[in-house]
Design a protein around this ligand. Structure first.
Ligand SMILES: NC(=O)c1ccc[n+]([C@@H]2O[C@H](COP(=O)([O-])OP(=O)(O)OC[C@H]3O[C@@H](n4cnc5c(N)ncnc54)[C@H](O)[C@@H]3O)[C@@H](O)[C@H]2O)c1
Length: 284
């Protein structure tokens, strides 16, 4: 392992694409998950993401990728130069993981949360050195989308911001720094829009396809909100909307019934092969 390796906690949709991004830029990664099956599938997906990123010209080709270590033990992350947390959007699970990793790494190692919208200030209560925690909201897929939203919590220190921005530069990312708030900027805007798009469908105003076509053709949205929802994962979207409703006190952010129905059925979007659209097979 290189001395500037990163640890990624959570080998789901985001953990896999953040890992591919780092490996593609020549950075070694220790990828940690609680599920052996998730780590096994992650190894296959990450190899595909790497090929895709190189094919699309967003990851350098002809460069030796970083080395990947997958593990069930967070202790293996202790030697990393920075840690990116990308576990399930569950505030208490994140608090536990943050407390655990913060006790394992030495001072000076930036802890980065990829939460979609839990305030950094809230997660900072669980770590030993709150000045070393910042938010980086990678977009999905992380290796493909050039811009990231960087969240400076009220207790995030200057040295941490410098280290995080320098890591992101090394990963080829453009950054916009925002202040801490539930949902930050991107989830605060995108998630309610997707929720409303699903409400429009359930009220019978337009079909899934028509909503996306109108948003693409009239308003320049790249894929349409409901196809984006499938890419994000409907379970993650529902969790993030619920957290947004709780943290802002605005009940219109509560995930709508159509979204919840799909989550209960296990139709979670591309990762299960069906969400608002049918993909015929499980895509990653
Ligand atoms: N999906 C997106 O488009 C997207 C975009 C930006 C940010 N995010 C955020 O990124 C984070 C991850 O989202 P995702 O879509 O990858 O979720 P996911 O459900 O695809 O994956 C979560 C992974 O975390 C693992 N996990 C759970 N508890 C763990 C623990 N204690 N230690 C290690 N691993 C653990 C799970 O086994 C699972 O593999 C969330 O906070 C989410 O809000 C998601």
């Amino acid at each position: 392992m290189q001395s500037d390796s990163i640890a990624v906690l959570g080998a789901g949709v985001m953990g896999r694409s953040i890992t591919a991004l780092a490996l593609g830029r020549g950075v070694d990664v220790v990828l940690v998950d609680v599920s052996d099956a998730a780590l096994r599938d992650a190894r296959t997906d990450i190899a595909q993401h790497l090929r895709h990123g190189q094919f699309m010209g967003v990851l350098p080709s002809g460069r030796t990728p970083g080395a990947l270590t997958t593990t069930l033990s967070a202790e293996d992350a202790a030697g990393a130069a920075s840690v990116i947390e990308a576990i399930t959007e569950d505030a208490s699970a994140k608090a536990r993981v943050m407390a655990e990793i913060s006790a394992l790494v030495p001072p000076g190692v930036p802890l980065i949360t990829n939460t979609s919208g839990i305030p950094v200030a809230e997660l900072a209560k669980s770590v030993q050195r709150p000045a070393e925690l910042a938010g980086v909201h990678f977009m999905n897929p992380a290796y493909l989308i050039e811009m990231v939203e960087v969240v400076r919590g009220p207790r995030t220190g200057d040295a941490t911001m410098t280290a995080v921005l320098s890591l992101l530069e090394r990963l080829g990312k453009k950054t916009v720094v925002v202040r801490d708030a539930p949902g930050f900027v991107t989830s605060r805007l995108l998630h309610p829009m997707i929720n409303e798009a699903a409400r429009i469908v359930s009220e019978g105003t337009a079909s899934v396809e028509s909503v996306d076509l109108l948003m693409r053709g009239c308003l320049g949205h790249p894929t349409g909100p409901l196809r984006t929802a499938d890419l994000i994962g409907l379970d993650n979207l529902a969790d993030a909307l619920r957290l947004l409703a709780e943290r802002t006190g605005n009940s219109t952010f509560e995930p709508c019934e159509l979204l919840m129905e799909k989550v209960r059925r296990g139709d979670l979007g591309r990762k299960t092969g069906r969400g608002f659209y049918d993909y015929g097979e499980v895509l990653s």
